[in-house]
Every structure is written in C-alpha cells, then in structure tokens.
Design a binder for this molecule. Structure first.
Ligand SMILES: *Cc1c(COP(=O)(O)O)cnc(C)c1O
Length: 371
C-alpha cells in the first residue's frame, strides 16, 4: 500500500544504473551528479548509492550542496562549479571540495583562500566551449592557465581537472565544442598544467559520443534511470527509473453527464462518470501545464487526469471502472511495470523528464527502498 502521497526511491535502481553506465562508458572515472537534491531524489541517499554502484566522484552546482554531503559524512571527492560572486571558498577548501573555476577572479579567490588556510586548494578549470553560460572564455584561456600554473608551482592550487559542458544543440555544435575543448587542453598543457581529470560529457554525450568521454563523464539524468533522448527509452538504454510518484485515492464520486470538473470547468463529463480524487497537486511539483493531458495508473489500467490540476489535488476520470477510496494511484514510475513514466508527464507538460523529477516538492515524503 502506498502513502497518502509519496515518492518512492529505489536505491538499487540507482546502483544498477551506475553499474550499467560504468560498463557502457568505460572511463577511468565516473561522476554522479547529485545537484538539486539529487534531481529531487534526495542527494545524500543517491550519492551513497551511486558510490556503491561504482561512481568515484560526486558533482553538485553549489558549495552549499557539497557541504550537505560532507555533513552527512560522505568523504568521496566532490566538485562544485557554480559560485556566488562573493563566494567564500574557505569552507570548500577546508572540507576538501574541488572548486570548478570559471573566471580569473575565482582563481585568485581560490588561491587567496588556500594561502590563508595554509593548504593547497584542489581546483578544476571550466572552459566555455560554446554553451555561453559559465566557464572561462577562450580569450582568457592563456592568462588563466598560466596564472593557474603559477599558483600550482607555489603550492596554493592543484589543478586536478579541466572540463566543459556541451549544448547538445546538434551533432555539429557538439563537434565544434569538442574541437574547442581540445584546443583548451592544448593551451593548458602548454602552460605546464597536467590535469588528470578531463571531462566534457554529461549523460547524453557519455552514451552517444565516445570521443567526448576523455577520463571522466558526469552523469546526472541517466543515473536516475531516465533517458536524455527523445528517441530512446530508459529500457532501451538498460536503465531503471528510480522514482515512483504515487498516492492514494482520497475520494470517489459519481457525476452525471455534463458535470464540470475542477477550476474553470476545463473539462465536463461527457457521460455519467466516476471521478477519483488524488492528493497531489502543483505544490507537490505536479505540473499544472499537464492538466487535461497526463495519465495516471490505478490498478492495472491508466486513466486521464481531467480538468485543472490544483495546488493540492488532481482529478482522474475512471469512466465506468471500479475504484475505491484508498486505492493506490501511480502518477509515474517505471514504464516497464505498465505505469506512465516521468517522460510521459514531460510530454504532457511540454517539458523534459529532468524537470518532472526535480520539481517534486518538499511536501512529498521520500521513502527509500533497498537502502
Ligand atoms: C547538470 C549537469 C550535468 C549532468 O547532466 P545530465 O544531462 O543530467 O547528465 C553535468 N555537468 C554539468 C556541468 C551540469 O550542470
């Protein structure tokens, strides 16, 4: 029986996905990306499971996210790559968190923190190779690399890695970024840097662009068992979706033909119908944009969500089927089990599966299987 509303996270699926990805990719290192609370799955639980499955690095966006992992007792190497302009790098350096650096200013800030602490800061230089987000601009590569090499010789910094991120805009755009990245590596080596960790690929490129694998891949979405591709499913990739979002039918009512349902009466019953009330809404991260187009599973069948998805609840029309208060309802889970997937909800809401799992809110308790 499921909880009133809950996200069940199967940690064995995470371990199995990492094992599968290690086998497919074959790089010396694999980073599990657990930013944004492990894409909504719970960063600490996912991090532990990913390490058990064979990942040897953890990746997060902010230093705060990295510190949360350290506070939970996780000692594996962690990289954080997105910083407040006035970020205080001291806590990161003291807690052995690798800093992904995107500007010459950040290089100086990292070296300053190291000097004050009397330690060597471990850093990885992020290059902009065509995504135009963060990362060192090509015009700054030579200056940044020689400064980094100088700090390295002074014992302030250890440049453990060089990395970049692809746009996935097209094969041509990725090929161009790859060529830019190779040029960046050349500039780095010419400046005397010898980074051990060279990484460019996230899930999509790790799976489809072997030239982008280098010595490490950074895996996010695939770790959670979801496919980054529109034309290839989790099952085809040998991945198992780890999250099941489910609840229990909170009320059942029979309405006559013509009855309007939920706010604005976006939907009216075409014939006398049975409606099931599900206690999950947009406050829980269920996308309101999927009103009228998503489906949920109750028993062995799936049924349409009808009318507007509200803050706390949504309505399902089961037509003439038998459904009772307390029955389990699955919004999404592993499609191999006959339930809709996060990708189905993404299609219904005109977004991507990343957005569906990451947005699941705080009000939804997480329950872990195979911890
Ligand atoms: C989020 C992120 C990833 C993971 O991407 P997926 O597509 O989820 O595998 C990798 N690298 C960086 C820099 C990221 O921001």
């Amino acid at each position: 029986m499921s909880g009133f509303r809950e996200a069940v996270i199967d940690l064995e699926a995470i371990r199995a996905n990492v094992r599968q990805l290690c086998a497919l990719v074959g790089t010396p290192h694999l980073m599990a990306v657990v930013k944004a609370n492990g894409y909504g799955h719970g960063a600490v639980h996912v991090a532990r499971a990913a390490l058990q499955g064979g990942a040897d690095w953890l990746g997060v966006a902010d230093i705060e996210e990295a510190l949360e992992l350290r506070d939970a007792g996780i000692t594996a190497p962690i990289l954080a790559w997105l910083h407040d302009p006035d970020a205080d790098f001291h806590s990161a350096v003291s807690d052995d968190i690798d800093l992904g650096l995107s500007t010459v200013r950040q290089l100086r800030q990292a070296a300053d923190a190291a000097l004050e602490l009397g330690r060597t800061a471990s850093v990885q230089l992020k290059l902009d190779t065509g995504l135009s987000r963060n990362g060192l601009a090509e015009a700054d590569w030579a200056e940044a690399m020689s400064l980094a090499a100088q700090y390295e010789r002074a014992g302030l910094l250890s440049v453990r890695g060089i990395f970049s991120h692809l746009s996935n805009a097209s094969d041509d755009a990725d090929a161009e970024a790859l060529a830019n990245f190779e040029r960046g590596l050349f500039v780095a080596r010419s400046a005397g840097l010898a980074p051990v960790l060279v990484h460019l690929a996230s899930s999509a490129a790790a799976l489809r662009l072997p030239e982008a694998r280098f010595t490490m891949v950074r895996i996010g979405i695939a770790l959670y068992g979801l496919s980054p591709f529109e034309n290839e499913s989790s099952a085809q990739l040998g991945l198992v979706p780890a999250m099941t979002l489910q609840g229990r039918v909170a009320a059942v009512r029979r309405v006559p033909a013509g009855a309007g349902v939920s706010y604005d009466h976006l939907w009216r019953a075409p014939v006398e119908s049975t409606l099931a009330l599900v206690p999950l809404g947009y406050a829980d991260g269920v996308p309101r944009q999927a009103s009228g187009s998503a489906r949920v599973a109750i028993g062995d069948d799936t049924y349409p969500v009808v009318g507007r998805i509200a803050m706390d609840q949504l309505v399902v029309s089961v037509g003439q089927a038998e459904v009772a208060v307390g029955d389990d309802v699955v919004l999404f889970g592993d499609p191999s089990a006959g339930v809709p997937g996060a990708t189905d909800w993404a299609l219904a809401a005109n977004t991507i599966n990343y957005d569906i799992v990451t947005r699941i809110g705080r009000r939804v308790p997480r329950r872990y299987l195979n911890a």
